[in-house]
Design a protein around this ligand. Structure first.
Ligand code: ZN
Length: 242
């Protein structure tokens, strides 16, 4: 099975289309989205439409929870809050219902999919360190836990009788005896210093994972952010990848 995994699209249609095209070209048979389909970006409706047509498992992110009123907006920074309010005004009832019905996690053996952390998905905690990933892994029975939320791609491997370690290579081996926490990075708003759209290809037959980084038309997204009257900072950060 070839999984195409992406996260944190944040209503960036150009990045989403670029990622899906590349994953299809890689022969992906199963798509998975780790949440935050909307928020920050100017194309929530079009992104929801693309995701619905994809009919793939999608978990809810904090931006979906904020949008439907389950996570209080005072837990978001100002730019996030503003775009959540703006996004609410764009969506029709059906689109909103689609977001409301997203589950917090999905078990797709051998994958466990959640936006933030498996131990407490609605706390929206950030998992940045090997130690945090190691602790989270203990509560998950699936071999591979895939997450998003930090907008920072990373892989932590726990091999039998070994301490958990950070895997640094963009192409890495998936050992059937090991367990993993993998952050798919962000498609629509990378923050690791590389502005290219990020997604993850997991080939479980081959036992290989690979991050793809893809150029897309950032200019047009920035223009749409400006035209929608969304905070300028959101356009600026797309170009810097921070
Ligand atoms: Zn996000």
């Amino acid at each position: 099975m070839r999984f195409g995994i992406f996260s944190d699209v944040h209503a960036n249609l150009e990045a989403l289309q670029t990622v899906l095209k590349a994953l299809r070209a890689e022969g992906v048979s199963h798509f998975v989205c780790c949440g935050d389909a909307v928020g920050y970006g100017p194309d929530p409706r079009a992104c929801i439409q693309v995701l619905r047509e994809l009919r793939c498992p999608i978990v809810a992110g904090n931006h979906e929870y904020g949008l439907v009123g389950r996570t209080p907006l005072d837990q978001f920074n100002r730019a996030a809050r503003e775009t959540i309010l703006w996004t609410r005004r764009q969506l029709n009832a059906d689109e909103r219902l689609f977001l409301e019905e997203l589950p917090l996690s999905e078990r797709l053996e051998p994958l466990f999919v959640v936006h933030a952390t498996p131990s407490n998905p609605v706390a929206w905690e950030y998992m940045f360190t090997v130690r945090e990933a190691d602790e989270e892994m203990r509560g998950v029975s699936s071999a591979v836990c895939v997450v998003g939320h930090t907008h920072y791609p990373f892989v932590v491997e726990k091999a039998p009788h070994q301490p958990s370690r950070l895997v640094q290579d963009p192409v890495f081996r998936i050992d059937p005896a090991s367990r993993y926490v993998i952050n798919a990075g962000s498609t629509g708003q990378p923050r690791d210093g590389d502005p290219r759209a990020c997604c993850l290809l997991l080939d479980l037959n081959k036992g290989e994972g690979r991050f793809l980084r893809l150029e897309y038309d950032i200019r047009s997204v920035q223009q749409k952010i400006a035209a929608a009257g969304l905070p300028e900072f959101l356009a600026v950060r797309l170009a810097s990848g921070r």
